[in-house]
Design a protein around this ligand. Sequence first.
Ligand SMILES: [Zn+2]
Ligand SMILES: [Zn+2]
Length: 84
Amino acid sequence: MSDNYYCKYCGASSSSVTNLTGGMCPRHPNGSHRGHHAPYQGGKKSTYTCQFCGTTSSGIQNLTAGVCQGHPNGANKGHHEPML
Ligand SMILES: [Zn+2]
Ligand SMILES: [Zn+2]
């Protein structure tokens, strides 16, 4: 078992929360590398759904790569974020 934890902003994976949150996140909502990875607290899914707009993807990394029409900071002002 490894890479059990995923960043909800960018999909980066790590075997421990400590390692994950120790890294800077390229898709952090405050700006690229303006904050740390944050662990996704939902379980592993075959499909991830954006909590803001409902866009779906098969992986967190793919989902968060796209900009979100329904982002709370404004349309296309941030990336999709998976709901739990
Ligand atoms: Zn991240
Ligand atoms: Zn979205």
